[in-house]
Design a protein around this ligand. Structure first.
Ligand code: R5P
Length: 288
């Protein structure tokens, strides 16, 4: 077994390597003056099972391209099997056409990965579970929820209600509620008036006086989770905790999430690296 990391989340790759007791293998990933990327695997991997760790988080296009080049390099170096470990799968939200003449970019990127020579993909909390089927190779889909649930369970919270911030997240929230000792479920009716603009209209379910745990796959600009939290506060929730597997944190997410009195805690995993300057007091980053 050989493990190599791209440049998108070296800290996570180091943790995985230490956990497995294998080295994060030697490789060169660099950029030419014109922006083209260069990858070289610096040891023989002939006949090896190679795992490439590279979440395709921002800068999404560079990280995706770097992964494709790594796969190509491994394939040309006669690796026996190549697994792309992509804890955060960029472009996952473009998983269907919502208007005419759009691309299904999540499928396009799956095609590119398969064509580059990947034999297996390991992804975590894909935006929609159906994306597994976009790969004509095995795709292992794992979840960050056990790590989040364990952390919450240690707090012995009372009167918990698990809340989906939109209708699309109901299955995820229901599964989370089940792991939270069958907590009740509430659902927010969210509307989008444009890209990156979210408005939470109504809550279906009882949240008054309760600890509301908002669960989502990702927090990007923070619009969805913050408008949801505001609505839950208006509806009488005693406290609101945000949970998400992927901390995309595009501006102005951190300013929004750290607003005084909105969230008691914001729990995310380390599928995407979070720079020190983007951290805020309510944030807790849990290791997957
Ligand atoms: C949408 O369906 C996703 O599950 C997230 O709720 C959304 O992408 C989060 O984006 P933002 O934080 O920008 O509202």
């Amino acid at each position: 077994l050989r493990l190599f990391s791209g440049t998108s989340n070296p800290a996570l790759a180091r943790e995985i390597a230490a956990y497995l007791g294998v080295p994060d293998g030697p490789r060169i990933c660099k950029r030419f003056a014109d922006g083209e990327l260069y990858v070289q695997i610096q040891e023989s991997i002939r006949g090896c099972d190679v795992f490439l760790i590279q979440p395709t988080c921002a800068p999404v296009n560079d990280n995706l391209m770097e992964l494709l080049i790594m796969v190509d390099a491994c394939q040309r170096a006669s690796a026996r099997q190549i697994t792309a470990v992509v804890p955060y799968y960029g472009y996952a939200r473009a998983d269907r056409k919502t208007a005419g003449r759009e691309s299904i970019t999540a499928k396009l990127t799956a095609n590119l990965l398969v064509k580059s020579g990947v034999n297996r993909v390991l992804a975590m909390d894909l935006h929609s579970a159906q994306i597994q089927g976009y790969f004509d190779i095995p795709c292992d889909h794992i979840y960050g929820s056990p790590v989040l649930v364990d952390y919450l369970a240690a707090q012995e919270l009372n009167e918990v209600v698990v809340v989906s911030p939109d209708v699309g997240g109901v299955a995820r929230a229901r599964a989370f509620a089940k792991q939270m000792r069958d907590a009740p479920l509430a659902i927010i009716d969210k509307r989008r008036s444009g890209h990156n603009v979210a408005e939470s209209l109504t809550v279906i379910g009882d949240v008054a006086g309760k600890t509301a745990i908002l669960i989502d796959d990702m927090i990007d600009t923070g619009g969805t989770i913050c408008s949801g939290a505001r609505l839950l506060r208006q509806e009488g929730a005693k406290r609101v905790i945000a949970c998400a597997s992927h901390a995309v944190f595009s501006p102005p997410a951190c300013e929004r999430l750290s607003e005084e009195g909105l969230f008691e805690q914001v729990l995310v995993t380390n599928s995407i690296p979070i720079a020190a300057e983007r951290r805020f007091p309510q944030l807790q980053v849990l290791s997957v």
